[in-house]
Design a protein around this ligand. Structure first.
Ligand code: MSP
Length: 732
């Protein structure tokens, strides 16, 4: 391993069914880590791929009337289309290899690895592989034998038990088998976990593995009779046996980079890249953290750099999203309606890394609108639009000359530029710390603290007012310079999470090459740790300003998504297995027909609401809205019918207000310190009547009163009417 090389892997996915959000998630996280390492100057190698052997693929092929190889090829073609649409393939700067266990060089490497293990002795001096008999319950979807705590007992004695994960019947298997003497490796594994406390992350998962191993390990069956499983790699020197699919699959991590094949070694470099960091879902942690290290110990190959286990995306009932349970988020629907970067941002921001996460389209749309459209997108477009408008499209100087400092201070800006520079640097350090601990959500929160800070600076300084005063030209320039420089830093930090958008903003700033370019102006080559405040050059000509994250129309989008999901045009397992729901001839092909590159680039997807660019600019610059925004708020005249205090809430009054509806509204108002309840009764007030109801102190509040906020402590003074008005009259 060279010092500056880094190797990251995802699991290789079963080629018996089509990928869903869960599979995409692991790839996105790995992609993010990969891009980050590249930015940090590592020569990084990123593997993903498919696990193509075993009884499941054989069965799926049988059902579809294909050969197992055709079945695998079919699923792989879907995978590669999906990864391309998601910007995860090599062409978009994503994975370096899409590994397939049907590659001939893999079979060569697996045979060599088997031989190495078979000729080794366990730590207790016994043969690591021996022949015996196995009898047990086997779950085909898991491709694993199940112990008693991993299945539910059958209701009737003549029925097979059900796998706890798949809720599918297990097969009773009894046959001759080769065994790996895992039981001899318990102590060696425990010592290793002890010596390398960061080997399995997060901590909670490490503890689970340690207690599993402490509980005692059983030997592992590592072959199936060829008569039971034909589709796989034969055991060297005993072709009547097929190598167990997990032994075969795990070995891909080393065969992919050259173990057991000289040509591959020259092309990639086992010596250069091994050991790898394995990113896996917690569902397959045991295979990676117990079996795989034991195999490697036996073969005298260095152990992985580490194993990181993430949580599962679960449905609303808390069940793991999986094809077998039919509760998956389908990728063609997802990618048709949402920009790739929004999906990446949401998944990394919302899933607490290591824990399970509940997925919902609503949450994804809300996050996109709040953090991307109104947050980062708005900051970027208001900053760039103002540079365009007030500085003739060139990044201004950030320096305020001595003689203008006093004037600048009067406008309310901090004349000391190091304050904001220090804030941004500190945030960068925090961001990197969290990121390198795989706490992606936290890292992103920190990045958004920069967005909030710069937004506030702009709103406080009001550049649109400064622009009216020639004496404040330098102050205006300084505000815009700081905003632009902060944006540049944000692009560098956010590139691994949102490569397309970060590169897009970067190009608009005039400092970056076109997206996907490999030139040194590409964000892939800029180390966030080496950023220096002030490197954005005065005079840089900004690019064309384009909105990157148009606001999504939630209602419209949700009904479109619902339609697509129920119409069943999206790809499901049935597509992978013709003869299932959709017949071969009528099956829409290719499966990713909806998800195109254009859909992936924010601002171009046809389902996103179109923008009135001029209006967006106005909002971006001065916070101005137009009449359609105003009319969204419904204001009505109300009459207070009752008013009372609420126990233990000294600021709140509970009112019932007649706004001309059948029943009065119950409204909580924070005015108790300034209004006596009795004095309010009969008073006509203005009420926001279409606000979502919300609960406070156990009471539902069904609206809001309008009041002026007066003085430093914001004393409320209720808006009222001096002329006679009927209850329910609309304020326009
Ligand atoms: N083929 C084996 C892995 C062999 S690796 C040497 C396998 N394949 S799989 O297709 O079932 O993929 C499992 C992996 O897919 C999980 O570990 C995880 O990375 C990803 N996910 C599948 N469903 C998922 C969720 N519901 N949520 C998050 N990730 C999920 O196991």
């Amino acid at each position: 391993m060279s010092n500056k090389s880094f190797y990251i892997t995802t699991p290789i996915y079963y080629a018996n069914s089509l990928p869903h959000l869960g599979h995409l998630y692991t790839m996105m996280v790995a992609d993010c880590i990969h891009r980050h390492k590249e930015q940090r100057g590592f020569e990084a190698y990123f593997l993903t791929g498919t696990d193509e052997h075993g009884v499941n693929i054989e069965r799926a092929a049988e059902r579809s009337g294909r050969t197992p190889q055709q079945q695998a090829d079919y699923v792989v073609s879907y995978f590669t289309m999906m990864t391309s649409a998601a910007g995860l393939d090599t062409e978009h700067g994503g994975y370096d290899v899409f590994m397939r266990t049907t590659y001939p060089f893999h079979a060569e490497g697996v045979s060599k690895f088997w031989r190495q293990v078979a000729k080794s002795k366990t730590p207790k001096g016994r043969e690591a592989i021996y022949k015996g008999h196995y009898e047990g319950w086997f779950c085909a979807p898991c491709a694993a034998y199940k112990t008693e705590d991993e299945y539910t007992k059958p209701q009737q004695p003549d029925q097979p038990p059900l796998c706890l994960i798949h809720e599918a019947p297990l097969d009773r298997v009894s046959e001759e088998s080769y065994f790996f003497r895992l039981s001899d490796y318990g102590d060696a594994l425990l010592e290793y976990y002890e010596a390398r406390s960061d080997f399995i992350r997060p901590e909670a998962r490490r503890n689970e593995v340690v207690s599993f191993v402490r509980g005692g390990l059983q030997d592992l069956s590592v072959s199936r009779l060829r008569s039971s499983v034909r589709w796989g790699i034969p055991v060297p020197d005993d072709p009547s046996h097929t190598i167990y699919v997990w032994f075969d699959a795990l070995t891909n991590y080393i065969t992919a980079i050259g173990y057991g094949n000289e040509e591959r070694e020259r092309a990639v470099g086992f010596e250069k890249f091994w050991p790898a960091l394995h990113l896996v879902g917690k569902d397959i942690l045991r295979f990676h953290a117990v079996y795989w290290p034991a195999f490697l110990m036996a073969a005298s190959v260095e152990l992985p750099r580490g194993i990181i286990a993430h949580g599962m995306w679960v449905d609303q009932a808390g069940r793991k999203m999986s094809k077998t349970l039919g509760n998956t988020v389908e990728l063609d629907v997802l990618q048709k309606h949402l920009p790739v970067d929004a999906i990446r941002y949401f998944c990394l921001r919302d899933m607490v890394f290591g824990q399970d996460g509940r997925f919902s389209y609503e949450a994804l749309i809300d996050r996109t609108n709040s953090d991307l459209a109104s947050g980062l997108g708005n900051l970027s477009s208001r900053t760039l639009t103002m540079i365009d408008r007030y500085c003739e499209g060139q990044v201004p100087s950030g320096r305020i000359p001595e003689e203008k400092l006093l004037l600048a201070k009067r406008s309310g800006i901090d004349t000391d530029e190091t304050t904001i520079a220090g804030f941004v640097e500190h945030a960068r350090d925090d961001f990197l710390m969290h990121f390198e601990n795989y706490a992606f959500g936290r890292a992103l929160e920190v990045a958004w603290s920069i967005v909030a800070r710069v937004d506030k600076m702009i709103s406080d300084a009001k550049p649109w007012d400064l622009a009216k005063d020639e004496n404040q030209r330098e102050t205006l320039n300084a505000v815009l310079y700081r905003a632009a420089e902060s944006l540049r830093w944000l692009c560098v930090l956010l590139y691994p999470v949102m490569p397309v958008s970060a590169q897009g903003i970067y190009s608009q700033l005039g400092v970056g090459a076109a997206p996907d370019s490999n030139s040194k102006h590409s964000l892939a080559a800029i180390d966030p740790a080496a950023l220096k405040w002030g490197e954005l050059k005065e005079g840089t000509r900004i690019g064309e300003v384009r909105p990157l994250f148009p606001r999504l129309d939630k209602g419209k989008l949700m009904s479109e998504i619902k339609n697509d999901r129920s119409s069943g045009t999206h790809a499901t397992e049935a597509d992978a297995v013709p003869g299932g729901r959709i017949a071969e001839e009528t099956r829409p092909s290719p499966p990713m027909q909806h998800a195109t590159e254009a859909d992936a680039v924010p601002g171009q997807a046809e389902t996103l609401s179109t923008l009135n660019a001029k209006r967006e600019q106005e909002i971006a610059i001065e916070g101005l809205i137009d009449i359609t925004d105003f009319t969204k708020v419904e204001l009505r005249v109300g009459e207070v019918l009752t008013a009372e205090r609420i126990p233990k809430a000294d600021r709140l009054l509970l009112l019932s207000v007649d706004i001309g509806e059948e029943k009065p509204r119950q409204i909580l108002a924070g005015i108790a310190q300034h209004y006596e309840p009795d004095k309010l009764i009969g008073r006509k007030i203005a009420v926001v009547s279409n606000l979502k109801p919300r609960k406070m102190r156990g009471y539902e509040s069904q609206g809001m009163l309008l009041a002026a906020s007066v003085g430093e402590e914001g004393k409320p003074v209720l808006a009222t009417f001096t002329e006679e008005v009927p209850n329910g009259a609309r304020l326009k």
